[in-house]
Design a protein around this ligand. Structure first.
Ligand SMILES: *[C@@H]1O[C@H](CO)[C@@H](O)[C@H](O)[C@H]1NC(C)=O
Ligand SMILES: *[C@@H]1O[C@H](CO)[C@@H](O)[C@H](O)[C@H]1NC(C)=O
Ligand SMILES: *[C@@H]1O[C@H](CO)[C@@H](O)[C@H](O)[C@H]1NC(C)=O
Ligand SMILES: *[C@@H]1O[C@H](CO)[C@@H](O)[C@H](O)[C@H]1NC(C)=O
Ligand SMILES: *[C@@H]1O[C@H](CO)[C@@H](O)[C@H](O)[C@H]1NC(C)=O
Ligand SMILES: *[C@@H]1O[C@H](CO)[C@@H](O)[C@H](O)[C@H]1NC(C)=O
Ligand SMILES: *[C@@H]1O[C@H](CO)[C@@H](O)[C@H](O)[C@H]1NC(C)=O
Length: 503
């Protein structure tokens, strides 16, 4: 009797009940969010890795059919994507969908923005404005083999990103990506330019009604680098890379970030001297018999290792997307030897082989990421591979080519050679799909966050100490809004950073 009337067990019972109620509430909410992106799984594809692909031709608009009708080249043995498949498709399709294995399928809806609706497209990527005559390249969307990829939802994205800060850290491909994101978000809210450095390499935008900040951080080597180059790419000395020291431009703001997209890339192909522990270890293309030729491969691996070591060792744990290399599509030459890219439709899987250089870079990325992931999973680091290499490789048609310039054929001298850009992407263009992929990865992460929130809530209830949540303030030293909106960017926008021979 006495025991039964004791209030302590009663309270315990009721508190357990509250916990369960809260638990159900959260799980329900999480399920709703999660399922909204998963209910569109296509049953046709599930667990059908080797079956026929979606017969896209039936849905192609007539002009596109003509373009893709050319017979695919024979299967190349030793296709690097066989390895790629081994690496990732082994998981069962029913359990997990690899977002990065799939095909480009026709999308009659076309792009979400145009050169007229988005005011912030930088001139070298503004293919429509620059007079590119064909438009098919904007009527495709990425379709993962084993699931559907919903289109980027700017409203939902801004909702998820409320009170958050997102940074893009890397080279000009990062800039290309951030421009695509800003165009897509402009449908809901126009970004306010809150900071830029003199050369517009480092920038920050805010979305005031969502308290969301996007930064672009210029760090093409991610590691400490001394360059002796002017804005036109004219070099007066070899770049000095400190492979064991990171570029403080990104590390010093790292703890203010909630989401990070980071990547290395083509700058490592440049001639450079490599240092570790302040000692010259070797070089790439330095043409000095006294210095060991280590090659870019060595430096790339070391630099990624240092970068990932920082990320996995940091006390601050933002959600990190580590992006794989962005392939280029110069044909019949390189960027400086008359290479061009004038295709007007995507490749299908198997129709193109990855370039050796890109393959070396991607391999280093995958291997370093795998090692880091193992360490990170112990340390509670949220890090995912944003593996866009293959997705992008299939889009030779999405680069500006000669249309990096305004109406290139209107010039008087019709026979003059026109520089092509077969590395960056037209906006709108294939890079917009990176945001579809990013969104999907964030939503899946959100499910995880809700789960964490639930655990934290229960712990807080147990400890009976509520309201100690730290409100994070990015404490950005935001300068006054820029007065120079729409300024024509200086020549820093070098599309071809990977000069391999010193000038
Ligand atoms: C996963 O796939 C393998 C082979 O692809 C199959 O043998 C296995 O039964 C599948 N497992 C489940 C749970 O579907
Ligand atoms: C957009 O591109 C079209 C050609 O595709 C051109 O006629 C139009 O003037 C451009 N608009 C702007 C605002 O650049
Ligand atoms: C780095 O160089 C210093 C001397 O400059 C040396 O004392 C130290 O052992 C070196 N560290 C490593 C890890 O090589
Ligand atoms: C290489 O070292 C030798 C001996 O120290 C020196 O004479 C020569 O000038 C060096 N070569 C270069 C290219 O620095
Ligand atoms: C970096 O390289 C070292 C030595 O090869 C390796 O042990 C480590 O796992 C790599 N990655 C990270 C994130 O430290
Ligand atoms: C692409 O350019 C090359 C060289 O100028 C030309 O031979 C070829 O016909 C062009 N292809 C297309 C699809 O325009
Ligand atoms: C790959 O691309 C790089 C840079 O454009 C070039 O230097 C290299 O020759 C290409 N390799 C192959 C095998 O096409």
């Amino acid at each position: 009797m006495k025991q039964f009337n004791n209030s302590v067990p009663r309270n315990t019972f009721s508190s357990i009940f509250v916990k369960f109620a809260v638990c159900f509430l959260f799980l329900g909410l999480a399920y709703r969010l999660f399922s909204s992106s998963l209910v569109q799984f296509s049953p046709v594809f599930v667990a059908n890795n080797d079956g026929p692909r979606l017969d896209v031709d039936k849905t192609l608009p007539p002009q596109v059919v003509a373009a893709v009708a050319e017979p695919p080249p024979p299967e190349i043995s030793g296709d690097p994507f066989v390895n790629l498949d081994d690496h990732h498709i082994s998981e069962n399709a029913t359990e997990k969908c690899n977002l990065f294995i799939g095909d480009w399928i026709p999308d009659p809806n076309g792009p979400r923005y145009t050169n007229s609706t988005c005011q912030t497209i930088e001139s070298p990527q503004n293919c429509m404005k620059n007079g590119r005559p064909d438009f098919d390249y904007v009527y495709w969307r990425w379709k993962p083999r084993d699931c559907n990829l919903p289109k980027f939802d700017p409203k939902k994205f801004l909702k998820i990103m409320r009170h958050k800060s997102l940074a893009f850290i890397g080279d000009s491909i990062m800039r290309n990506h951030v421009q695509s994101l800003l165009c897509m978000l402009s449908e809901v809210e126009q970004a306010v330019d809150v900071y830029h450095d003199e050369a517009y390499k480092n920038r920050r935008w805010s979305f005031p009604s969502h308290h969301f900040t996007v930064s672009l951080v210029w760090s093409p080597y991610l590691t400490k680098a001394h360059t002796f180059e002017d804005d036109n790419g004219v070099s007066t000395g070899l770049t000095q890379l400190h492979l064991d020291k990171l570029d403080t431009i990104w590390t010093k703001q790292y703890e203010n970030l909630d989401y990070v997209i980071i990547a290395g890339g083509k700058w490592f192909l440049k001639s450079a001297l490599y240092y570790e522990n302040n000692t010259l270890m070797g070089c790439h293309n330095c043409h000095n018999p006294n210095i060991t030729q280590l090659g870019f491969k060595y430096a790339y691996r070391k630099a990624l290792n240092s970068t990932l070591k920082f990320i996995t060792g940091s006390k601050h744990k933002p959600f990190v997307l580590f992006r794989s290399t962005a392939p280029d599509h110069f044909e019949n030459g390189e960027w400086n030897t008359g290479g061009y890219c004038n295709r007007t439709s995507p490749f299908k899987t198997g129709e193109i082989e990855i370039n050796d250089t890109d393959e070396i870079m991607r391999r280093a990325e995958l291997e370093e990421f795998e090692k880091a992931e193992a360490i990170g999973s112990v340390n509670g680091v949220k890090m995912k591979l944003f593996d866009t290499t293959f997705v992008s490789l299939l889009r030779p048609d999405g680069h500006p080519g000669v249309y990096r310039q305004f109406h290139p054929y209107d010039r008087k001298d019709k026979n003059a050679k026109i520089q092509n850009d077969c590395l960056h992407w037209c906006l709108p263009g294939p890079i917009d799909s990176w945001n579809d992929l990013m969104m999907e990865m964030l939503i899946k992460d959100l499910f995880f966050i809700l789960y964490l929130a639930l655990s934290v809530l229960l712990i807080i209830r147990d400890d009976n100490e509520a309201g100690r949540a730290v409100v994070k303030d990015p404490a950005h030293t935001a300068r006054a809004p820029s007065q120079v909106e729409g300024v024509v960017l200086a020549s820093f926008d070098l599309p071809y950073p990977y000069v391999t021979n010193p000038a």
